[in-house]
Design a protein around this ligand. Sequence first.
Ligand SMILES: Nc1ncnc2c1ncn2[C@@H]1O[C@H](COP(=O)(O)OP(=O)(O)O)[C@@H](O)[C@H]1O
Ligand SMILES: [Mg+2]
Length: 264
Amino acid sequence: MGRDIFRNKFVCNNLSSMVEKNLERVGTGITGLNQILGGGYPKERTILISGPAGGGKSTFGIQFLVAGILQEDEPGIYCSFDESLENVRNDAASYGWDLKALEDQNLLAMVDGYSERAGIQSDEKFITKLEVDELLNLLIRLIDSIGAERVVIDSITAIALSLDDELVIRKEILKLSAVMSALTCTTLMVSEAVNSREISRFGVEEFMAQGVIALKYEFGSTGRRTIQVRKMRGVKHSLRERPFIISDHGIEVFPDEELYGIKN
Ligand SMILES: Nc1ncnc2c1ncn2[C@@H]1O[C@H](COP(=O)(O)OP(=O)(O)O)[C@@H](O)[C@H]1O
Ligand SMILES: [Mg+2]
């Protein structure tokens, strides 16, 4: 009996290390974060990027897509519900990323979910209502037409806010995540954190994702930014908060720096 338990435990331990070894990874676009995660995000999973306004969430998402296209030949899709695509393209240009050029080569598709919400006209090529089924139909079409392997939904909070209750939020986010995974896409969902203790507006979004990364921003004189991997199924990782900066080249994470040992 005792032996069986021991043997089962041994088998389980070996299986879990096999799972970890065999888990295919997708580069995050951020060298320091790849190091923390031992290679990158688990492929075909959904990761939640949470943080306050100005925390770097959108930059994080765009950097993931640009790096995928330029370094790994993986086309991507960006869905914007909180900002006009014009603003997103301009912000990206400040990091030296020419999104329009990638769009023109059919390596990047930008989905406008903002105009309809804001009640304004849109000249964008791909437009969606704030509605999961409509968004999914468009995503399925775009994944097929450009061969996208990376998807960013900015933000899932906007989608959750449009839904009635917690159960529906869970169901719709799970559907989105499951379809993306079935279509072999790795997906980043951006989540607005109401305060530094919480990860999401409704407290359910983090349970629908296989990974959670929290970005923090210390208001006041230091303006220090930190990143913490809160959850990443199938991946061994530290829970320690690490410093990061946003510069003219985008986000840079310092995996080995002590929190207070760095000047940013
Ligand atoms: N070129 C840059 N150099 C340094 N910081 C920048 C640069 N461009 C933007 N930022 C910082 O990034 C922040 C915006 O990040 P963003 O990804 O839009 O945040 P979020 O989506 O979480 O609101 C800005 O508030 C600014 O502090
Ligand atoms: Mg943003």
